[in-house]
Write a protein that binds this ligand. Sequence first.
Ligand code: GLN
Length: 244
Amino acid sequence: MEEKHLKISIAHLYPKLLNLYGDIGNIITLKKRCEWRGIDVEFEEINIGNEIKEHDIYFIGGGQDKQQEEVAAELYSHKEFLTEERDRNAVFLGICGGYQLFGHYYQPHDKEKLPGISLMDAYTVAGNKRFIGNVTAKTDFLNPPTLVGFENHSGLTYLQGETKPLATVTVGNGNNGKDKTEGGRYKNVFGTYLHGSFLPKNPHFADYMIKLALEKRYGEKIELKTLDDKLEIQTHNSLIGKAY
Ligand code: GLN
């Protein structure tokens, strides 16, 4: 299919509350990598009180426990719709706090458990140590296989059932600092602890998401035009293996 006639719709969930470490950079990357290919982008910001309609990609960033609390109740009210969207193969990306809310719950220290929307079979409990630093992780489905970013979380996430890790940690802590897993994926739902922001330094994953979203929208295989990613790959490679 000719890329110039392609369209994609992207929703940014609760950017006024969950946008730690410039997670908005992930939205900018998705938009730009579509626009550079002549793919029309329909974009919608979803804030507290807004309805959520069908989109091809849903993005949610990270935030402190307080902001997560505000978002959790609201997000939970959309659980049924977003689960249907997941089962229609919409693409989701959650970063850190947003990722934690993709699971069944996030249990902060000395506070009520925050309900998640169970897009993934996972749960998160607050740990006693804050994991802060660079992360290098390796996937079994990307080329190049590596993902790089910056983590800052005390939450410990555990994956269950058919929810698989996004990657295996080679530098840093990832989901819980114990089982060497980083992030999670189930169907087209992806979560990661990598801030930074994540996608500008991992353009191959941004393209992987765009390709999945277009194939879901048009119901056929779609090859994306190659972009000149010299700078992005230089940045990505400069962070591989770097702890601090
Ligand atoms: N509040 C959560 C934690 O500390 C998420 C933090 C974040 O989004 N960086 O684990």
